[in-house]
Structure formats: structure tokens, C-alpha cells
Ligand binder design. Structure first.
Ligand code: TYD
Length: 199
């Protein structure tokens, strides 16, 4: 199993890129499985709804996200290429507030079996101007989106921080989310070829 993960703040264009990659895989007959977090399977999608509408405190959220994550991983039965729409970096980015959170989250990441550590993570880094433009055009997506808007700087900093950490052998690629989507898509495909995830 080879894992690819996509990360980024709301409105970073992450979902658009995942769709483009899905189409590219289809066109080129590359076997793949796409999943998302929280959720990812029938049972966990029910929990997703609850989590994303909750006002659970931060410690509970860390544990809920990881409980859902470990459950998803244990349910995965494919040998395909697996593409994650959000994975453990999201918990570090969104839920790391104190140094206690940091050590808890890093310890939980450490519990993830090696085979599930992504070969490559694409992080879409968005600047505040682009974020506000996109948000003004489309409005808030959900309760979580609204809740974390004011945490933008902290979350961005956390993504940069975990991007510099060694997590197995995974490559963390930061992409400038303000670039045109076709250019970003090309960049992604090139990186996947370079890592020999696709031919
Ligand atoms: P979603 O609608 O999927 O947003 P997006 O399209 O931007 O991915 O909602 C997922 C929300 O859950 C998003 O606000 C980030 C949050 N989240 C965390 O806070 N921690 C986590 O570990 C994960 C997986 C998601």
C-alpha cells in the first residue's frame, strides 16, 4: 500500500486538486482508492457528521480524530495507491495549541503503523488575501470552517512546523495555493512520478 495525503486550510483548493488527480488516475487506468478524514467509510462518516457539528473541547477532538483515524486504517483492505483528503497533519495543524497537545499528538502519530505513513504529502499553503477572497465569494462551508477561521495563523504555523519534522521517510511538499489549478495539478503529477508512485 502506498499513501498520498492532501493537506491545507479551507479554501486552499485541496478538494479541486483531489478531483483533478482522481480524473487523471481514471484516464490513465491507475488503480487507486480515495478516502477522507474524518470519516472515510460508512460507519465513520456517521461519526464525521457528529464531530464536525460538535463543540467538543480540544483534548476530546484530538482523541476523536485519532480514534476515527485508527479505526479507518484498520478497516482498509486495499493494496492500491490510497489518497487521503486530510490525515494526521490536520490534527497537528488544527488541534495543537499547547505543548501538552503537541506531545500527545506526536505520540499518537508515532502509533501509526509504518505502512500507513504517506510517501508524500501535498500541503496547499494559502495566503490570507486569497483565503479572504475565496471565502467572500463562497461563504462559510460548515461550523468547523467558521470556528477555525480566526485560528488561521496558528494553523498555518503548525503545518509549517510538522512539515519540517521527520515522519518516517515521507516527503512534505508545500504548494503555493494561489497558483492556477492546472499548474498545481502538473506539479502534483510530476512529484508522484519522481517518487515512483506512478509511471
Ligand atoms: P471539511 O468540510 O472536510 O473541510 P475541507 O474541505 O477543508 O477538508 O471539514 C473538515 C474539517 O475538519 C476542517 O475544518 C478541518 C477539521 N479537522 C481537524 O480539525 N482535525 C483533523 O484531524 C481533521 C482530520 C480535520
Amino acid at each position: 500500500m502506498k499513501i498520498i495525503s492532501f493537506e491545507g486550510f479551507e479554501y486552499s483548493g485541496k478538494s479541486t486538486q483531489i478531483k483533478l488527480l482522481q480524473n487523471y488516475f481514471k484516464k490513465n487506468k491507475i488503480k487507486s482508492t480515495f478516502t477522507r478524514e474524518p470519516g472515510g467509510n460508512k460507519q465513520l462518516e456517521k461519526i464525521r457528521k457528529i464531530i464536525l457539528q460538535s463543540d467538543f473541547n480540544n483534548l476530546s477532538l484530538i482523541l476523536f480524530f485519532f480514534a476515527s483515524r485508527f479505526s479507518l486504517l484498520s478497516s482498509m483492505k486495499t493494496n492500491n495507491l490510497v489518497v487521503f483528503d486530510r490525515f494526521f497533519d490536520s490534527t497537528y495543524a488544527y488541534q495543537k495549541i499547547t505543548s501538552k497537545d503537541k506531545s500527545l499528538i506526536l505520540n499518537l502519530i508515532d502509533q501509526i503503523e509504518k505502512k500507513y505513513i504517506p510517501t508524500i504529502t501535498f500541503y496547499f499553503k494559502i495566503n490570507k488575501k486569497t483565503l479572504l477572497e475565496r471565502k467572500n465569494m463562497r461563504g462559510h462551508k460548515n461550523f468547523f470552517d467558521k470556528k477555525y477561521t480566526s485560528h488561521f495563523t496558528r494553523i498555518q504555523k503548525n503545518y509549517d512546523e510538522i512539515g519540517k519534522m521527520k515522519v518516517g521517510k515521507r516527503k512534505f511538499i508545500t504548494i503555493d495555493a494561489s497558483k492556477p489549478k492546472e499548474i498545481i495539478h502538473k506539479e502534483i503529477v510530476e512529484n508522484l512520478k519522481r517518487c515512483k508512485l506512478i509511471r
